[in-house]
Each structure stands twice: as C-alpha cells, then as structure tokens.
Design a binder for this molecule. Structure first.
Ligand code: CAO
Length: 243
C-alpha cells in the first residue's frame, strides 16, 4: 500500500501531536481492512414510520414506568433480525481461501456506539428471539457499558450484521463501511416529515432514511433492494414482525 507522506505541518502554523486511543487505532485498522477488502455498494431506501412513531409515543408512559427508554432503534434491530432470517444470504461470511460461504444459523446484531474514546460495536445476541422491551433495555445497558469502558471482548464478538444509527444526530443518508467479515451494515439517518403522494393528494408522513452497504462479493443489488424493501415494509407496519 503506498504510504501517505506527511509534510512538516509546523511550517504552516502551530501543531500538537496526541496519541490515538486504543479504540481509535483498532477502529482505524478495521476500517482500512474493510475498505480495501470489500467491494462496497450502498442501497438507499426509506421507511414510512408514521404509525411506528405514534405507537412509540403511546408507549412513553409504559417506558418510564418500567424505567426504560424506547427509541426507534429496538424496532430497527427487530426488523433486521427478521430480514436476516428471511434473506439468509445476508447472514454469511466469505472464506475466499477455501472458496466457501459460511452460513450462520444464529442472528446476532451489532450496534455502533459513539464513545469519547471512539467507536465500539457491542453485539445483541439472538436478537430475533427477543422482544422490543428486552432489546431496548439491552441496547441501553450495552451503550452505557460502552461509554463507561466496561464492555468485555465477549460483548463485542459474534456479530452477523451491524447497524449504525445517526438518527439522533442528523443527516439524510450516508454510506457506512461493512464491518467485515460480516457482509452488510444498515445505516439509519434522521427521520423527517415529508409530503407523500397518496390517494390523489400529498399527505405528511414521517420517513426514515435507510442506507444499506453490502459486500458485492456476497450479495447482489437485487437482493439488497429486497432487503431494504423488507425493512421498509416491516417498519411501516410493525404487525408484520409477528408473521
Ligand atoms: N430519527 C429521528 N429521531 C431519532 C432517530 C431517528 N432515526 N433515532 C433516534 N432518534 C431519537 C430518539 O427517539 C431519541 O429521542 P426521544 O428521547 O425523543 O425519543 C433521541 O433521538 C436520542 O436517541 P439516543 O441516541 O439516545 O438512542 P438511540 O437508541 O437512537 O441510539 C446509540 C443509541 C447507542 C446507537 C446512540 O446513542 C449512538 O451512540 N449513536 C451514534 C452511533 C454512531 O456514531 N454511529 C456512527 C458509526 S459510523 O462512523
């Protein structure tokens, strides 16, 4: 790999050098490894979460009664677990040396958590078998542990698929980097009310932007469009998750 030559920046103005944290260093190496090994494509879509949001707001009292917090994230985790079950070609890793596809028969979902020291990805094990409240509580506890630097290696191992949610921060779309050896990652941006043409008129609907980056060695474009289409369908009518 050609090295990037650093000029002497001090000739242009005042500088200081700081050591990277261990998390920063490991993340930088993982990002570069993934970027160089994985032929990335990103599929964009939107989910109409107007009804999901009404349901979520209606659960606020229940959430505080059980000392919990209900954001859109647990619903997204649940929808991804469902989609991984229906479209198992996203729940694989590639062994290029042996020309084999490793199919996983478990569904563990990593969620990127921003901490002052850098990005960490704790993993929710067997996400498909957990209810929305359990997913909400587990996500809160993993994110708290991450920020308090209390995550153990086992908390970050065994992921099949990742979610990176920038929904609480902002933006309309982004192209996440696949957390290799996983083969896909769902980026979630901030939901916004937009006019949608329905039954001959524009109606205000809450739309959630989805950005699915995938390893094009493992998954093709039509499959990715089916995956985001399914996530969109599930989030637009969460009763579908029961089927
Ligand atoms: N659209 C609109 N609002 C959203 C949203 C979305 N997609 N996602 C979350 N929100 C809202 C939540 O509902 C909450 O508002 P209310 O309190 O009114 O309900 C608010 O934003 C804050 O949510 P949160 O951040 O506390 O919780 P979360 O479940 O959405 O996310 C976590 C948890 C751990 C993913 C998050 O704290 C975090 O670290 N995010 C950053 C991840 C990151 O940096 N990714 C980048 C990776 S690539 O470099």
């Amino acid at each position: 790999l050609p090295q990037v030559k650093l000029p002497d920046f001090s000739q242009f103005g005042q500088i200081e050098r700081r050591s990277m944290t261990k998390i920063h260093r490991v993340t930088a190496e993982n990002m570069q490894r993934a970027w160089l090994n994985v032929p990335h494509v990103t599929q964009f879509d939107e989910a109409d979460i107007t009804e999901l949001e009404a349901f979520r707001q209606a659960q606020k009292a229940a959430a505080s009664a059980r000392n919990s917090k209900l954001t859109p994230l647990p619903f997204i985790v649940k929808a991804c677990a469902y989609a991984l079950q229906k479209l198992p070609q996203f729940n694989v890793s590639l062994d290029m040396e042996s020309s084999e596809i490793i199919q996983k028969h478990y569904i563990n979902i990593g969620v990127a958590v921003d901490t002052p020291d850098g990005l960490v990805v704790p993993v929710i094990k067997n996400a498909g078998q957990k209810g929305i409240w359990d997913l909400a509580d587990e996500m809160t506890s993993l994110a708290d542990k991450a920020r308090e630097k209390k995550l153990k290696p086992v908390d970050m191992q065994g992921g099949c698929f990742s979610i990176s949610s920038l929904g609480s921060v902002g933006g309309t779309a982004f192209t996440p980097i696949v957390n290799t050896p996983e083969v896909a990652i769902l980026g979630v941006s901030k939901a916004a009310i937009k006019p949608v043409f329905k039954e001959n008129e524009f109606v205000p609907r809450l739309l959630l932007p989805l950005s699915l980056s995938y390893d094009h060695r493992a998954v093709n474009g039509a499959e990715a469009a089916r995956f985001t289409g399914l996530i969109s369908l599930l989030l637009s009518d969460i009763r579908q998750l029961l089927l």
